[in-house]
Design a protein around this ligand. Structure first.
Ligand SMILES: [Zn+2]
Length: 325
């Protein structure tokens, strides 16, 4: 005889969940290892055919793909996070910092994870979290950073840039503090649009990451790429963003820093003239200044440095991954 409809509805929600849990544990013994708490019940209801509107995507159903030139110090790693159902937000946690993701389309998010040029070779755990309403799900990815040997370069510059006179030490300290503050204040959304391009057409030297010996003394590694280009060559914004710094700095000379949003910054240094002001919104390709030889240099060139979430990365890795195909 057919069971009356009331018998089914009379079964309490709790009992039904327990029954489903029991059935599922037979089918997939591993389920309880990654599903705990009330979310697990909701998720299991979803697996058991509960209406999709009852809960967001199934935990564990996050797919992660990674693109990079190599997984090494100074390289950009682009994470693509795909979910089964639309989610409200995705964020990553890597290298002891939060890395925001941006929406690519309804089911795909991207995040730029920079491996700092001083990162030690090691397996770094990346946590990926997707949120939908009050539900959240996460997964992990191990980034195996391989060792990288950087060359050493020997340069001769004005001694005032190797052993600065006492009179400029305060200025140097203040500028370092100001730059550090700049890196902490990126726009919360993506300001860049379309592909990244080098700011000048010259071929870059492969000086990124070089251990630098100035006048026989070791200084911090070179955190940008140098483009040998004649003085006066126009410098174009590598992509859209907001000019957050446009002034003369002791070591970098005339400098423009563009905030591309989400923790991504371009620094353009040693300019002869600045053609933008702090606060300006720039589009990709906008001329921001001219190549020069201001600050600690041996001659006219453009120094382009990129920071991604606090990591110093080779600008050429940014162009390789997010440049014109
Ligand atoms: Zn440089």
């Amino acid at each position: 005889m057919k069971k009356p409809a009331t018998a089914e509805t009379a079964e309490s929600a709790e009992k039904r969940i327990l029954r489903i849990l029991g059935e599922l544990s037979v089918l997939c013994g591993k389920v309880s290892h990654f599903l705990t708490g009330p979310e697990a019940l909701v998720a299991l209801l979803l697996l058991a055919g509960a209406p999709a509107s009852a809960a967001p995507a199934v935990p564990g159903a996050i797919d992660v793909a990674v693109a990079a030139r190599s997984i090494q110090p100074g390289e950009l790693v682009v994470f693509t996070v795909s979910t089964m159902q639309p989610v409200d937000g995705v964020r990553l946690h890597a290298f002891n910092r939060e890395i925001p993701a941006f929406k690519e389309d309804a089911l795909r998010w991207r995040a730029l994870v920079g491996v700092d040029l001083a990162a030690a070779p090691h397996a770094y755990h990346v946590t990926i979290e997707a949120k939908s309403g009050r539900q959240s799900m996460d997964t992990g990815y191990d980034l195996h950073v391989e060792p990288r040997r950087f060359p050493t370069r020997t340069l001769t510059v004005d001694d005032a840039f190797v052993n600065p006179p006492a009179g400029v030490l305060d200025r140097i300290t203040k500028e370092a503090r100001e730059l550090n503050a700049v890196w902490t204040r990126s726009a919360p959304g993506r300001l860049w649009t379309g592909p990244f391009a080098a700011p000048v057409s010259a071929e870059a030297g492969s000086s990124f990451g070089s251990r630098s010996i100035f006048n026989g003394q070791a200084r911090s590694p070179h955190s940008g790429a140098d483009f040998p280009s004649p003085a006066g060559t126009p410098i174009e914004a590598p992509n859209a963003g907001r000019v957050v710094l446009a002034r003369n700095l002791y070591f970098l000379g005339n400098t423009v820093v563009i905030d591309h949003g989400l923790g991504l910054f371009s620094t353009l240094a040693h300019l002869s003239v600045l053609e933008v002001q702090e606060g300006d919104e720039v589009l990709a390709g906008r001329i921001v200044g001219r190549v020069g030889a201001t600050g600690r240099v041996t001659g006219a060139h453009l120094h382009w440095a990129v920071q991604a979430g606090g990591a110093r990365i080779d600008p050429l890795s940014l162009v390789a991954l997010l440049g014109r195909p």
